[in-house]
Design a protein around this ligand. Structure first.
Ligand code: GLC
Length: 749
């Protein structure tokens, strides 16, 4: 696994450099002449009906016999939602031995953040700012899933999300394009492996495109992203993933600017296929083809099937639109068979690359040994440790294991083995989950008192006498709060982001007992926790940390691990501030700490308040900015300098600085480099992340560091629609979060 870490870091730097050279690969998914010859040889034998059958994907989690006849007729190219290796082998056997051409199935599953060993939700993985670790986790997921016959996952999700009301914010890498792109590369490499073999699981980059910009944060809602916004913010992570060799892509449910993605010729055929040369497989989302009728974009299944094929879609998930109407559309001349041939090539290419023709079956006896292997659990625990973000600490943390005699554990998330896994963890078995309560009881036998206080997050209670009594007897109170897995994920958007039920009241009650209080929040999104901060000495934000969340959090709380997570998403003061993100435009009236309502005396009358872009009651600053996270130690940046003052467009900026660990604990800092383009042909963000890396330092250690930022990585699509670096004045920050540091100036000529 170590090998991957170094390789990935080098790859990350190279990928930024390579991304500046807009060159189109022969094949984006690694096909070569032999693969293409094989594909053509198979295609040449297929009837039109058999070709169309390959373009049909069904959910097959029931009895194999249900689909046996369709398989024999070659009417199914892929199944999803079957996880029993014995059944998967039987599906494949019917295809290989009882159909005319013996074309194996692509067996798919939503392996989103781990298969059996569940890792933190992707938003938590992004908080690690550790692509190498994320790649290791994706590799673990592939090892476990492929051992049971699953060779295609519908992950990574690359949807940039800037509205925490959207429940699927849990499944992506947050608000930032650069971080999202690095995480995308890492997960594609992890799932597919650096070399294709029987442990390769085809990645599926989704949801193409703009799905996370749903108006109002309501899932499935329309988006209204301009082409420039698409090209500067939402498309780059997909392009990075295509360059990393992603084998497949999924179209999204949303209509953007009036066009549903599954019928959007511009993004799929013109950009993905035409500009990027993507020759992988494009699959719709679940019935997203059929949903174009509800959108009012098509009159019936035949119409939307034609529109999807025209847009460049290869495979239909659960509409049966292709299976039902493509043959008729070809016969009528509405659709050319050449378009179908191209779709089938893209499907067969993935099957050939995965080696499915040679290895369609899985060894059902070997699969179990791989599941929950110790090294897998260790990787999941390390991911959970690095994903936790320390948002507040008045010094109560780290706790001293030697001095505690009675630890009170309370809160609805202290012992929630299913919910700790988070959303989209279908195959995580809760009996393998180690909860914080279990981990603490194992570590401090006889010293842990457990009084839940609330049995679930939405429970309402007037009094907490039982918890208060226990708190008064305790040395320290550990409160585990948050939301169940069901409160985030698909179709689970929220209009109120405060802690649900009586959780805040529980925390306040515990605080009034007068003992040290540490709150840990496990959630699928950044909740609005401002009102809870005064009621705890420290607050650790763990998102949903997965199978090994308990030991990971115990290690952090008791100082075995120094927290290093950083916010991959802005934390709002109140939901009314949404959307609020660090890389916003300046506007003509930038907020500058103007007076807020509660600072104005009641008799002020009609006073002229600030005339800038903010909220009278909550201002325009977040509770915690992007890239923020505390440590048990402290880091100081000094001597930040640039190697030149003026750069050409083909130059590389060398940033030099010193980083010192000025505290008492060894720790890792996520160094971040931001750049601002002061003036452009269009208005530009106040800053954008252009580099990050984790730096480990011992107490007192100081290190001189250098970071390379290619000038070409400052390119954007401007008024003329051309991606390029525009000359002018720039600013650059090196800091530990998006709101800190002093800018250096430089020019590009
Ligand atoms: C769902 C999701 C998609 C998932 C697919 C298959 O509706 O939108 O992310 O991969 O269906 O489960």
């Amino acid at each position: 696994m170590k090998h991957i870490r170094n390789l990935t870091l080098a790859t990350a730097i190279c990928s930024v450099l390579l991304s500046c050279q807009e060159k189109k690969a022969e094949s984006t998914i690694g096909a070569d002449a032999a693969v293409e010859a094989r594909v053509e040889q198979i295609l040449s034998q297929m009837t039109l009906a058999e070709k169309i059958g390959q373009m049909n994907q069904v959910s097959a989690g029931g009895d194999v016999a249900i689909y046996a006849d369709a398989l024999r007729k070659g009417q199914i190219g892929s199944i999803l939602n079957e996880v029993d290796p014995v059944k998967i082998n039987e599906y494949q056997r019917i295809c290989m031995e009882e159909s005319r051409l013996g074309i194996p199935l692509l067996v798919a599953r939503d392996v989103i953040h781990g298969y059996h060993t569940v890792f933190p939700i992707p938003l938590g993985l992004a908080a690690t700012f550790d692509p190498a670790l994320v790649e290791e986790g994706a590799r673990v997921a592939a090892l476990e899933a492929t051992a049971q016959g699953i060779r295609w996952t519908f992950s990574p999700m690359l949807d940039i999300a800037r509205d925490p009301r959207w429940g699927r914010i849990a499944e992506g890498s947050g608000e930032d394009t650069f971080l999202d792109a690095r995480m995308a590369e890492a997960m594609v490499h992890g799932y597919q492996g650096r070399e294709a073999d029987t442990t390769s699981m085809a990645a599926c980059i989704k949801h193409f495109v703009g799905y996370g910009a749903a108006e109002g944060g309501r899932d499935y809602n329309s988006t209204f992203l301009t082409e420039r916004q698409l090209r500067n913010v939402y498309l780059p992570p997909f392009e990075a993933a295509v360059k990393a060799g992603a084998m497949t892509l999924m179209t999204s449910f949303n209509d953007n600017d009036g066009v549903p993605s599954t019928g959007n010729t511009f993004v799929v055929k013109d950009v993905l296929r035409g500009e990027w040369g993507f020759d992988g497989l494009v699959v719709t989302d679940w019935n997203s083809m059929g949903e174009m009728i509800a959108h009012g974009f098509g009159v019936d299944r035949k119409d939307v099937a034609e529109k999807a094929l025209e847009a460049g879609v290869d495979m239909d998930m659960m509409t049966y639109g292709f299976l039902s109407h493509l043959e008729e559309l070809v016969r009528s001349g509405a659709v050319k068979e050449s378009a179908i041939n191209q779709a089938v090539r893209n499907i067969l290419r993935v099957k050939v690359l995965l080696g499915l023709f040679e290895h369609p079956y899985v060894d059902v006896t070997a699969g179990d040994a791989v599941q929950y292997a110790p090294e897998h659990l260790a990787a999941a625990q390390k991911s959970a440790e690095e994903s936790a973000i320390l948002l507040k600490n008045d010094g109560v943390l780290p706790l001293n294991p030697a001095s505690v005699r009675n630890i009170l554990v309370t809160g609805p998330m202290a012992d929630a083995p299913h919910d700790q896994l988070g959303t989209w963890a279908f195959d995580g078995q809760k009996n393998h989950t180690v909860t914080p309560l279990a981990a603490l009881q194992a570590r401090f036998p006889g010293k842990v008192t457990y009084v839940p206080g609330l049995t679930y997050s939405r429970e309402k209670r007037e009094r907490f006498d039982d918890v208060m009594a226990a708190a008064r007897r305790a040395d320290v109170v550990l409160v585990f709060l948050g939301e169940e897995a069901i409160l985030s994920g698909e179709a689970h958007s929220l209009a109120d982001l405060n802690l649900k039920g009586s959780q805040s009241e529980l925390l306040a009650a515990v605080k009034s007992a007068g003992k040290p209080v540490v709150a840990t929040v496990m959630a699928g999104r950044p909740l609005t926790i401002e009102r809870d901060l005064p009621n705890c000495g420290a607050l650790l934000y763990a998102f949903h940390p997965g199978t090994m969340g308990g030991p990971a959090l115990a290690n952090i709380l008791f100082g075995d691990v120094n927290p290093s997570g950083k916010t991959p998403i802005t934390f709002l003061r109140t939901v009314g501030q949404a959307p609020l993100y660090y890389s916003h435009n300046m506007t003509g009236r930038p907020y500058n700490n103007e007076t807020l309502l509660d600072e104005i005396p009641a008799e002020a009358g009609q006073t002229s308040l600030g005339n800038t872009s903010y909220y009278l009651d909550y201002g325009a600053y977040p509770l915690f900015p992007f890239g923020y996270g505390l440590s048990y130690t402290s880091f100081s940046y000094s001597g930040v300098s640039l190697d030149r003052e003026v750069y050409g467009k083909d130059d590389v900026i060398t940033v030099s600085f010193s980083l010192a660990n000025t505290g008492q604990y060894e720790g890792e800092e996520v160094v971040q480099v931001y750049v601002r383009d002061l003036v452009g042909s269009i208005t530009r963000p106040v800053k954008e992340l252009k580099h990050f890396e984790r730096v480990a330092l011992r107490p007192g250690e100081r290190r001189s560091l250098q970071v390379q930022i290619p000038v070409c990585s400052l390119a954007f699509v401007g008024l003329d629609g051309i991606k390029k670096v525009e000359p002018g004045e720039f600013q650059l920050w090196v800091a530990g979060d998006s709101a800190s540091g002093d800018p250096l100036s430089f020019k590009v000529q």
